[in-house]
Design a protein around this ligand. Structure first.
Ligand code: NAP
Length: 260
């Protein structure tokens, strides 16, 4: 049986009551990791934790807080205790046109999809170095490789995080502390439902029609599933991935067409 070698580890998965964060939590739970789950809505978070405990038998703690605020991060970090594995995640910014975005809109997006992850890394990295083990995975987006026109806030903010991670990841590899980014294409989550609904309204088509177009356009002829994303995350967090450093792993069913 494949052993990920992280059964005695503790993982904080930010923004994980549903969607991609939840997928990562489930896979890490199956690898025997103790989880700290976070999201803003406590009721939903409690349901997610109960479901995961039932399915995997994992030890799970929850901290309801907004991870994009200083107070939220302090609370999560205080309650989390030792963190061997950190999965950075948060919601995505709204669609729109750059001419309509104010400075405040940009600050919010940069806080959400760049600075929050950087602040979290800043706190967890020294203890990871001391322990000679650490795995940090940032959930970013395929948009950093292939920008999505109407998601300019996401393209911009996440590219900032990508550049930052590329710069620091090499510095920590010698301590068996790795930082990598996992780039989702289109996955079946509430977020993609919202984006599909918005495009359906714009094009005056039923949402199911838009979904079928997305599926047809993808080489895999379907959207991704959160369990698939979770397994990739667990692999990046495994004891055996210490030589995988500063990478951007695109999971998009092959939609981004390139030789390498
Ligand atoms: P989702 O299904 O909407 O789930 C988002 C999760 O994050 C929920 O658990 C939500 O719970 C939590 N959350 C949101 N904001 C938070 C905050 N400020 N503090 C703490 N928890 C927060 O979204 P998803 O599809 O999994 O997407 C996750 C990330 O990947 C997003 O940034 C998204 O833009 C990006 N992404 C997704 C796709 C895709 O196809 N799904 C593609 C590219 C990029 P609460 O609302 O209760 O806080």
């Amino acid at each position: 049986m494949l052993d990920f070698g992280i059964a005695d580890r503790r993982a904080l998965i930010c923004a994980s009551s549903r969607g991609l964060g939840y997928g990562c939590a489930e896979a890490l739970a199956r690898a025997g990791v103790t989880l700290i789950l976070n999201a803003r809505d406590e009721a939903q978070l409690t349901i997610a934790a109960d479901t995961l405990r039932r399915k995997t038998g994992a030890q799970i703690e929850i901290v309801a807080a907004d991870i994009c605020t200083e107070e939220g991060r302090s609370l999560v970090l205080k309650k989390a205790g030792r963190i061997d594995i950190l999965v950075n995640n948060a919601g995505g910014p709204p669609k729109g046109h750059f001419k309509d975005w104010s400075r405040e809109d940009w600050i919010k997006a940069i806080d959400q999809n760049m600075l929050t992850a950087i602040e979290m890394i800043k706190v967890v990295i020294d203890p990871m170095v001391m322990n000679k083990f650490g795995r940090i995975v940032n959930i970013t987006s395929g948009a950093v490789k292939s920008p999505i026109q109407e998601l300019g806030l996401s393209n911009g903010a996440r590219s900032g995080l990508t550049g930052f991670v590329a710069g620091i990841a090499r510095e920590y590899a010698q301590y068996n502390v790795t930082i990598n980014n996992l780039l989702p294409g289109q996955f079946n989550t509430a977020r993609i439902d919202q984006l599909i609904a918005s495009r359906a309204k714009q094009e005056n088509l039923p949402p199911q029609k838009i979904r079928s177009i997305l599926e047809r356009e993808n080489p895999a002829k379907r959207l991704g599933e959160i369990a698939e994303f979770g397994f990739a995350c667990a692999w990046l967090c495994s004891a055996h991935s210490g030589y995988l450093v500063g990478q951007n792993i695109l999971m998009d069913g092959g939609k981004f067409n390139s030789a390498i």
